[in-house]
Design a protein around this ligand. Sequence first.
Ligand code: 5AD
Length: 348
Amino acid sequence: MQTLIDRLFQGERLTQKEFQALVLCEDQGALELLFQRAKERTEEVFGNHVYIRGLIEISSYCKQDCFYCGLRCSNKKAQRYRLSPEVILATCEQGYEMGFRTFVLQGGEDDFYTDEQMCDLIREICLSCPGSAVTLSFGEKSRRSYEAFRKAGASRYLLRHETATAEHFSRLHPPGQRLDSRMEALSALKELGFQVGAGFMVGSPFQTAEHLAADLYFLQEFRPHMVGIGPFIPHTDTPFGKYAAGDSQQTVKMIAITRGILPGALIPATTALATLSQGSRLQALQAGANVVMPNLSPNEVRVKYNLYNNKLSTGTESAQMLEALRNELAGCGRKMDLSRGDSPLWKA
Ligand code: 5AD
């Protein structure tokens, strides 16, 4: 196992079978080595900085019907809302005052706002919050839409692939959604010059070690700039409401391996991980993660953006607790960094 970890951190390409061996590894000594290497590699590339992104959940409407997600269109119990462009802009401006220089606009796949309205909003954010990065996370859109967003000034796009195995993808989504089109969207985003975020859930229903190995192999080949990895957490009002949650240790392991594959990647310690346990979020930050995304959404809508049960939306998840976050990070030797924090692999 040690040889495999050595090879991973020497930048060697691994086969899917080799990734699978890492995924299945339970040897405590080997895992400690893996986490240590991931921590060192993160420090070599980024120093002790942890990048902070302001997350704004702009719409809880979604036309998709993913079996795992509380925002799925079939969930009639979901509380739906949309933030107006004025409120989104004002939220960015408040964040800017606090020092944020990245705004992540995330929403369900909601066609309510036209591309033109979205582009106007992106331009306004860029004007009102100079020097900031606008990150979008609106799911699958046409290449034309992506191109318009890019031209309007958005520079990053988050679109998790969810699972790199077509057969598994089709067990997590209804027939209309296909892994092929997800992969095409990711390629289009890259070609258009976005910093692109891929990623997957750990412990989603029907997932095997082979699937996780395929996810890691995909990251090695596609080389995204950002990778979001979080545990699956059931949401009661979905078809997967009775499935077990993913394991936080396994999630941290996936983050550490990902750091080996992509030394320059921006990898968040996700809200889903923090929801399972605050401790594992810190553990992730000590094993390869280097991003935290506090929620800037207006308080009254936070409970409505309900992807999974008990989603963390208080404490350090609220921007008001930025100081607490700074202290928490300082407590484990990390420096809170509010700057844009572009990927070192990206040229504007
Ligand atoms: N548990 C964990 N993560 C989830 N997501 C959606 N539903 C859940 C869930 N039940 C993740 C998906 C999506 C991201 C925005 O949130 O990976 O891409």
